[in-house]
Design a protein around this ligand. Structure first.
Ligand SMILES: [Zn+2]
Length: 340
C-alpha cells in the first residue's frame, strides 16, 4: 500500500513513459520540501506473479512486457517533467531492489542521477531483496536514501491468512537489521483493516504493528485499506463481506501511536468514499483534513474531531461486531442502495 495512489492520475500507456509523475510536499529534515513522485512501469512485483496480496491492485494492469531500457527512458522523461526537486520517490509497484523488476544497470543509473543532483531518494522493496551485498552496491553510488518496507502487520497469521504477504515478521526484522547496520532510514507501511478482521481487531492489530515498526523506523505510514480494482478485497466488498475502516478507527490508531517517538503519516487513499476509509459522509472531510494536518506537522492538536452521531454507530460496531455471526459488515451501504 502506498500513499501515492490517492492521485487518481491517468496512466500513460507507452512502454517508455512512466505510469505516473507528480509533485507533492514532503517533510525532510524538519523542512517541507518539493518531492517528485515517479511510478515506473516494470514487469511487475514478483510476488504478484506468485499470487499477490489480497488488497493490492497495482499490478493488475501490468503487461509484463517492459524492456529494461524502457525504465531509463521512463526515468529520464519523468525527471524532465519534474524539474528541480529536493526528494524523489521512485515506485515500481513492486521492489526497486528486485533485479528482475529493475535490472542493476537501470537501478544504478537512477541512483547516480540522485547522487549527482544531491537528491534524497525513497524507494520500496520487499524485505527478501534487502541484503548486505545489495545495499553495499546501492550505497556505494548514493547514500541519501530512505527505504520503504511494507510490513502491513506484525502478526504472522494476519500476514499469511488475511494479506497473503508471502513473508513473515522475522523477514521484515532481518531487513530492518541490515538497513540499520548501514544507517539507512526506514519508512514502514502499516495496513489498517486487512480482510477477515473485525473493526476492533483491525484497530488493535494496527496499533501493535505501529509499536513494532517504531523500533526500527524513522517514519511510519499508516495505510487504511482501500478497495482496489481486480483484488480479492474487491470480491469480498462486492459480496457485502468487507467494509473499509472507519475514519474513527484511523484517528484511534493515530492517537494511540502519536507518542511512539517516530513520525506518523497518513493520507487515506479514497478517503471519505465507499472504497476508502470513511464515516457517515457528513464528518469525513473534517476528519481527513485533521489527519492530513497532523501528518504534515506532527502536531497532535491538529487531530481534532467533530461531534458526529456516527461515532456512536462506530462504537457499537467496535463493541458488538465480534459477537455477530457473519459480521455487520456494511449495513449502511446496503440500506442506502436499497433506498436509492
Ligand atoms: Zn459522521
Amino acid at each position: 500500500m502506498r500513499e501515492e495512489t490517492k492521485s487518481g492520475r491517468t496512466r500513460k500507456r507507452g512502454a517508455d513513459s512512466p505510469a505516473a509523475v507528480w509533485k507533492e510536499k514532503e517533510s525532510l529534515d524538519g523542512k517541507v520540501v518539493d518531492a517528485g513522485v515517479i511510478i515506473l512501469q516494470t514487469t511487475g512485483c514478483s510476488h504478484f506473479h506468485r499470487g499477490g496480496c489480497s488488497m493490492c491492485g497495482y499490478n493488475i494492469g501490468s503487461t509484463g512486457n517492459s524492456e529494461p531500457s524502457d525504465i531509463s527512458k521512463q526515468f529520464t522523461r519523468a525527471i524532465e517533467e519534474l524539474g528541480h526537486v529536493d526528494m524523489l520517490k521512485v515506485y515500481t509497484s513492486g521492489s526497486f531492489l528486485d533485479e528482475r523488476e529493475v535490472p542493476i544497470e537501470q537501478a544504478d543509473r537512477i541512483l547516480r542521477h540522485c547522487a549527482d543532483s544531491h537528491t534524497r531518494l525513497l524507494f520500496e522493496s520487499r524485505p527478501e531483496y534487502v541484503t548486505q551485498e545489495t545495499l553495499e552496491r546501492v550505497l556505494g553510488i548514493h547514500d541519501g536514501l530512505e527505504l520503504a518496507l511494507g510490513l502491513e502487520s506484525a502478526n504472522d497469521r494476519v500476514l499469511k491468512y488475511s494479506i497473503n504477504k508471502g513473508f513473515t515478521v522475522k523477514d521484515y526484522d532481518d531487513a530492518v537489521r541490515v538497513l540499520r547496520g548501514n544507517r539507512v532510514d526506514i519508512r514502514t507501511y502499516v495496513l489498517l483493516k486487512p480482510p477477515f478482521l473485525t473493526e476492533a481487531e483491525a484497530v488493535a492489530d494496527a496499533k501493535a504493528t505501529v509499536a513494532h515498526a517504531a523500533e526500527g523506523s524513522k517514519t511510519i505510514s499508516l495505510n487504511p485499506v482501500n478497495v482496489q480494482k481486480g483484488t480479492f478485497v474487491e470480491k469480498l466488498w462486492r459480496n457485502w463481506a468487507y467494509r473499509t475502516p472507519w475514519l474513527w478507527s484511523v484517528l484511534d490508531v493515530i492517537r494511540a501511536s502519536k507518542d511512539c517517538g517516530k513520525r506518523i503519516v497518513c493520507d487515506p487513499t479514497g478517503g471519505g468514499k465507499e472504497r476508502g476509509a470513511h464515516n457517515c459522509g457528513k464528518c469525513d472531510d473534517v476528519i481527513l483534513d485533521s489527519i492530513r494536518g497532523y501528518s504534515q506537522t506532527q502536531d497532535a492538536s491538529r487531530l481534532g474531531a467533530p461531534e458526529c452521531d456516527c461515532r456512536e454507530i462506530w462504537k457499537s460496531v467496535v463493541d458488538l461486531e465480534g459477537f455477530v455471526m457473519g459480521g455487520t459488515v456494511d449495513l449502511q451501504r446496503f440500506f442506502r442502495k436499497q433506498r436509492a
